[in-house]
Design a binder for this molecule. Structure first.
Ligand code: AMP
Length: 582
């Protein structure tokens, strides 16, 4: 068996870690970043791009770029590209494949297994889909664990004194709060709540909207219609937001943002932390209700909390930290990078399961999580009758006896539902099956025992047994949206075929796309400086800009290594000439 890794497969960013030298460490990706954007793109020339490369070209290739695929896990959503539908599992597998590959490059050996984390509220179909994504990427999924549990592992809390802990996770696109309990060798998720549409992206958008509006007011120019300008503003706003987490003032400076009547225009903006906090105050306030809800669901007072762990890059914002302090009366933890601790915890768990961890990390720890939503079956009148209540610790199994509704009924349909609503139709149908061969008897006489089992990964198995005849039928819930064995196998094969030379593909694609971007910089430079430039230098810039423009139209997949080097040299030459780069 090869090595194992821990993966935080996030909505906006993913992170991978392994166990090295007796401790978990984050693995940088091939671009040198410690997190990888969870973005996949299908380029117009048949390339498959993942991570930073995909994110960078998103603005100009929006219809062929997929982000936030995690939101679609367990649904029947499909992304269509090049006359082919891709399931969320397959798209996620492309991200996992890149993480696996980067980990292999770092470790210098094959990676075969992984622990992958999911939000505590993920339902059965979402967990299954995540597991399938791992398989498609060529990974044996050793365990699916909940993100807050993983964060607690990273903090070594499984060895700590028994206590109740809040995990406050504000990422790029989602917000989750969980209450967990640590007791002797046991981590239990007591309750979870959150907002699936609140995260750092909303803060970037708020700042971008403000800047667009101010720019329109001051210069009478509406940049909002220019997709590329808006994308550049958003990127600059994200950077400014990050800077404002440590500085109290920063500036946004985007030269050549657009052209007006043939003249280039620039954007320059000063922004203070106070203004940013004023613009985003309501977003920070939206974190309150879920905190109240988990405390209430778990029956815990804020004063009883032992610690508050911060997870997710957006918890670096001082206003968010202050809000957490206010709500809990606790100083939140800060000694592990919030964007890395989930992956670190997963790496610890992976190492334990594979026997890679050192003694210090080997414990008899049992990871206990809870079902995020209640599980029921449909009974007469379309009522959802609960078998397992939400927030029940897993693994678990529950049984209940039901009977028939009509005289001499010989079969019953068992519909398995997930959700909190009273009527079956308002909950999510996880699956159904029919138990036949029930002994003929008047209504209410047959005894049908329905059992629900939820395993450590949160995957549900339901069975129904006629106690009169002993006839039994069961299903493991794989909702209709999940992939069949055959589909998974085909996807595994395709994914392997595609990963063969991703690195080389990426280098070629980047060279061609950078050539185009550098040619644009050259054109802008010529426009702005046309009067001052000496003839010779102007000619040289024109020549190199035209070369790059030509190079940007080349088919990336046909480039040889020498041709890639030639493009890179041309980009460098133009950069040296004009003193600005990409
Ligand atoms: P995650 O998905 O947990 O990696 O979180 C990503 C989000 O965190 C993105 O919206 C980032 O812009 C945001 N983020 C990362 N670093 C910072 C920072 N220093 N200050 C504010 N937000 C940050």
């Amino acid at each position: 068996m090869g090595r194992v890794i821990g993966i935080d497969l996030g909505t906006t960013n993913s992170c991978v870690a392994c166990f090295e030298g007796g401790a978990p460490v984050v693995i940088s990706n091939s671009e040198g970043s410690r997190t990888t954007p969870s973005v996949v793109a299908f380029s117009k020339i048949g390339e498959r791009l993942v991570g930073n490369t995909a994110k960078r070209q998103a603005a100009v290739n929006a219809s062929r770029t997929v982000s936030s695929i995690k939101r679609q896990m367990g649904t029947d959503y499909c992304f269509r590209a090049d006359n082919r539908d891709y399931t969320p599992q397959e798209i996620s597998a492309m991200i996992l494949q890149k993480l696996k590959k980067d980990a292999e490059a770092y470790l210098g050996t094959e990676v075969t297994g992984a622990v992958i984390t999911v939000p505590a509220y993920f339902n059965d179909a979402q967990r299954q889909a995540t597991k399938d994504a791992g398989r498609i990427a060529g990974l044996e999924v050793l365990r699916i664990i909940n993100e807050p549990t993983s964060a607690a592992l990273a903090y070594g809390l499984d060895h700590a004194t028994p206590q109740k802990i809040m995990v406050f996770d504000l990422g790029g696109g989602t917000y989750d709060v969980s209450l967990i309990e640590i007791s002797e060798g046991l981590i239990e998720v007591l309750a979870t709540a959150g907002d699936n549409h609140l995260g750092g992206d909303d803060f970037d958008q708020r700042l971008a909207d403000y800047i667009l509006e101010e720019y329109r007011r001051e210069h009478k120019i509406n940049l909002a219609k220019d997709i590329s300008a808006v994308e550049r503003i958003k990127e600059a706003c994200e950077n400014a937001k990050k800077e404002l987490s440590t500085a109290i003032q920063t500036s946004i400076n985007i030269p050549f943002i657009a052209t007006l009547k043939g003249e280039p225009i620039h954007l320059y903006f000063d922004i203070t932390r106070a203004k940013f906090e004023e613009l985003t105050e309501d977003l920070v306030r939206r974190t309150e209700a879920p905190v109240q809800q988990v405390l209430q669901d778990a029956g815990v007072k804020a004063s009883e909390l032992g610690m508050v762990l911060l997870v997710g890059g957006s918890t670096r914002m001082p206003a968010v930290r202050e809000k957490v302090r206010q709500m809990t009366g606790k100083e939140p933890s800060g000694n592990i990078n919030p964007d890395e601790c989930v992956a670190l915890g997963a790496a610890i768990q992976a190492a334990r399961l594979a026997g890679e961890a050192s003694d210090e990390f080997v414990t008899d720890l049992i990871l206990m999580d809870v079902t995020p939503l209640s599980l029921s079956i449909e009974t007469i009148g379309g009522i959802a009758t609960k078998i397992i209540d939400r927030n029940t610790t897993i693994p678990t199994s529950h049984k209940q006896i039901f009977s028939t509704a009509a005289n001499y009924q010989t079969s019953v349909d068992i519909k398995v539902l997930q959700g909190e609503r009273q009527f079956a139709k308002d909950n999510k149908l996880l699956g159904n099956f029919r138990l036949t061969g029930i002994k003929r008897a008047p209504a209410g006489v047959p005894q049908i025992e329905v059992s629900f089992d939820i395993d450590v990964n949160g995957i549900v198995n339901v069975s129904a047994k006629d106690l009169g005849t002993g006839k039994e039928k069961s299903i493991t819930i794989t909702a209709g949206t999940n992939m069949s064995e055959d589909e998974i196998e085909r996807a595994v094969f395709e994914a392997q075929a595609f990963s063969a030379d991703d690195g080389i593909r990426k280098k070629r694609f980047d060279a061609v796309s950078d050539a185009g971007r550098m040619a644009a910089v050259g054109h802008q430079y010529l426009k702005v400086n046309k009067k001052e430039l000496e003839r010779e230098k102007k000619r040289e810039i024109q020549r190199r800009t035209a070369n790059l423009e030509r190079m940007s139209r080349r088919k990336a997949e046909r480039l040889s290594d020498a041709e890639v080097d030639e493009i890179l040299a041309e980009i460098q030459a133009l950069q040296d000439l004009i003193g600005t780069g990409l």
